[in-house]
Write a protein that binds this ligand. Sequence first.
Ligand code: S3P
Length: 431
Amino acid sequence: MIRTLNRTATLSGSVQLPGDKSISHRYAMLAAIAEGTSAIRHFAASRDCHSTLDCLQALGVEVHESGETVTICGRGLRGLRAPGQILDAGNSGTTIRLLSGILAGHPFESTITGDASLSSRPMGRVMRPLRLMGAAVESRERDLPPLRIRGGSLKGIRYSLPVASAQVKSCVLLAGLYGKGPTAVEETIPTRDHTEIALREFGGTVRQAGNWIEVDPEPALRARQLTVPGDLSGAAFFLVAAALVPGSDLTLPGAGLNARRRELLAYLERAGVDVAVENETCLAGEPRGDLRVRFNPELFDRPLPPIRGAEAASLIDEIPVLAVLGSRAAGGVEISDAHELRVKESDRIAAIAANLRSMGADVTEKPDGLVIRGGRPLSGTDIVTLGDHRIAMAFAVAALAAEGETRIHEAECADVSFPGFWDALNAIRTK
Ligand code: S3P
């Protein structure tokens, strides 16, 4: 489906955020291996999180959905059943990588695969630690999915992450629930800690000492009633849209404000975006609050702060839309240390560069990032999204500030993380 967008005079109103994708995956998986029935409110309606629910059902877990609440009947730590079919993680890296950790703890053989995009993403990063723990894991050539996993008796390991990845960290910690003895993971660059927080909520033991995170095996996980906060990475598109479109004033109630994710807000503030947090609370270890963002013309007089080092890891999902923001700031933006963007749902460095250039921006691709020289006007064009949800939504935001018509191809891919994105965007635009 192609969505056609034009420059917008201003943006105003309120945006209902979908449930956080990362947290929804974790709550669903932990509920499935807990004892008792969990209710998860404001569960992400995203296609990715439904891939997780589908896989859990194929593993014998009873799942009921009613509106935005998902009820999951836990089968206990070792209660998953051998699937009668190949597990389909769809487009979701979090599903295949985290679930692999849980499957490695079960003594049956399972195969997990995904769509064309997921089937080209690296899985060696989870295969290596799972093999060290004693699981048999095989893949297609070059460590690509499908993964065939036969688990069972695992041993605890101490593992230094070779790549800054919350998915790999989470995979090892989840497998560690099935180890003989504790399992510890070292991360030198901090990544989102939703697994650690959720594990504690479900009754697991997680210790943090310096860069090391350690879990105890055989936890008695208990069912919980939980409410997922709004997705801050989804909010990012609207925060940047309001920063780009003159006169804008938006509120985004109930956004997740986890310390490892709200780096985005700190970055936007440093960039000069007028964003305020109101009514902050914390439920089940996950802070949340209402966001208000207003257009600030001063933003365009200066370069955006460079994105590099640990900040590149914290902002990894937001870089596509921050690159769009950078293309409009007078001094542009330089993004480094973001090699991981090359192995996301698409090669996002190449996709950002190609689409920004076709809108008229001056962009140089680097192996690990981009140099965007800002200040040039953007013009409408055809956006090649490669079916990547964050590329589609980032360039929808660019379209609001571009001259002429922009056509976003394969626009339905926004459903992967933000169902209702196009309606939400339409509702806040002055026509
Ligand atoms: C996620 C971690 C990140 C992120 C992805 C979701 C998670 O991936 O890009 O959208 O839920 O753990 P990596 O861990 O591979 O960096």
